[in-house]
Design a protein around this ligand. Structure first.
Ligand code: 2HG
Ligand code: ZN
Length: 451
């Protein structure tokens, strides 16, 4: 053990500095097996004071750091590029009592989304963000990446839930802004600056989140529509006709086939259809009648199955939520997360197969995502050694449609090279200046977001 590791051991204790390769291994590869890199060691502080001491020790030693939450990220932002100290926030699991008056809660960065949901629900409150990785994804990571998920159509992304953060700057200084004031116009919004900064500006140690009413009645419709334009027509109708609209998720026949084979799920319809939508309405009372009325009036709807009991709702959601698992079981995909203006979505979906085939003829694109935001998850299986070409071709197509190369997963290591497709040179220059001001030595998450 060299000087830095000894110093880190003094701060967090023997058991929480992992130097051996086999102990480090689970932290060094992301769960999709697409990103891997060796860490100098893994360090697991227990609280903000220990995080600050660890960061200070690394700064003094000039040692770069990569920050990791639940390691559920999808762009390689939480795994080492090579040689960093891997700072795991998994032990920062303290949760404060729910504040029912403000409808807010403060939680440690290592609290999982599921734990926070369980903590809020007995108070008749809920977390405004939900996503399939809820059992492992941590709130620190969700804020650092400004995660989205399946409820953005109703409540917005993680930054919309955020009312404050506590964070450790690159020199070990702690900044804490956890008062949770809903209105507070006292200068630069440091909380929002850190949302989506992907660990490049500071290490988020605690977050304060606003909570939303717990809505016990859910009605879900799995709907077959006549195409992506039809899906958008139904979205428009659902936005107007369903005040409780809480999800609008799109998938296509190739995805349905894959999740059915993976989960041994029955065919939800008698025949294949061009596109599918999961619509959800949540509220205090059952919305089945409203949902049926919206479906009945939309000409794009070819078939539908509706449920409002807990088992039926879970059964219908499975067709959408198991996409990621089913894809992972089929191979290591190229995984892209893009968005375009809604009116360009049909053009994007139509152009994708040829765009991919031109650079990887044997590849299988599986496309699904969050319709409300024009956010598509373009997963490409069997791209062989053309992963880079597939990424380049798809991201250029998206940029040509005035879209974003990262809708909700972030830029990470995976897309840093393509940032210029979505951000102007002037914007990237401002980002670099902010980075240089907060982390002049470039020790926090080097290679992530900005190269
Ligand atoms: C989802 O919406 C996640 O299910 C994962 O953002 C997307 O696996 C993916 O590409
Ligand atoms: Zn998603």
């Amino acid at each position: 053990m060299n000087e830095l590791e000894k110093h880190l051991t003094e701060i967090v204790g023997d058991a929480h500095v992992l130097v051996d390769a086999d102990l480090r291994a689970q932290y060094e590869t992301d769960w999709t097996r697409r990103f891997t890199g060796e860490a100098r060691c893994v360090v697991r502080p227990a609280d903000t004071a220990q995080v600050a001491a660890v960061v200070r020790a690394c700064a003094e030693a000039g040692a770069p750091i990569v920050v990791q939450g639940g390691n559920t990220g999808l762009v390689g932002g939480g795994v080492p590029g090579g040689g960093e100290v891997l700072l795991s926030l998994s032990r920062l699991t303290a949760i404060e009592d729910v504040d029912p008056l403000e409808a807010q809660v403060t939680a440690g960065a290592g609290v999982t989304l599921e734990k926070l949901q369980q903590h809020a629900r007995p108070h008749g409150l809920d977390v405004g963000v939900d996503l399939a990785a809820r059992s492992a994804a941590t709130v620190g990571g969700l804020v650092a990446t400004n995660a989205g998920g399946i409820r953005v159509v109703r409540y917005g992304s993680m930054r919309e839930q955020l009312t404050g953060v506590e964070a450790v700057l690159a020199d070990g200084t702690v900044v804490s802004r956890l008062s949770g004031l809903t209105k507070d116009n006292t200068g630069y919004d440091l909380t929002q600056l850190l949302a989506g900064s992907e660990g490049t500006l500071a290490v988020i140690t605690r977050v304060r989140l606003r909570l939303v009413p717990l809505l016990p009645a859910r009605t879900v419709a799995l709907v077959a529509v006549d195409g992506v334009e039809g899906a958008l027509a139904l979205l428009t109708a659902a936005r107007a006709g369903l005040p409780g609209l809480s999800a609008a998720e799109l998938f296509l026949p190739a995805g349905l086939e894959l999740v059915r084979a993976y989960g041994r799920l029955p065919d939800p319809f008698d025949a294949p259809h061009p596109a599918y939508l999961v619509l959800e309405s949540a509220g205090r009372a059952d919305a089945t009648d409203e949902v049926l009325e919206v479906l009945g009036e939309c000409e794009a709807v070819l078939d539908a199955t509706v449920a409002s009991d807990v088992t039926g709702v879970a059964r219908l959601w499975a067709y959408r939520e198991t996409h990621t698992e089913a894809i992972s079981a089929a191979g290591v995909p190229v995984k892209l997360d893009v968005s375009v203006p809604l009116r360009e979505l049909p053009a994007l979906v139509a152009a994708l197969p040829d765009t991919v085939a031109a650079v990887a003829p044997a590849a299988r694109p599986i496309v699904f995502g969050h319709l409300g935001e024009g956010n598509l998850h373009v997963n490409v299986l069997d791209a062989g050694d053309a992963a880079e070409q597939v990424t380049d071709a798809v991201l250029r197509l998206v940029a040509s449609l005035r879209g974003s190369i990262s809708s909700e997963h972030g830029v990470g290591r995976a897309k840093a090279e393509w940032l210029g497709l979505s951000r102007s040179a002037a914007e990237i220059d401002v980002m670099r200046r902010v980075k240089a001001a907060l982390d002049p030595a470039g020790l926090l998450n080097p290679g992530v977001l900005l190269r």
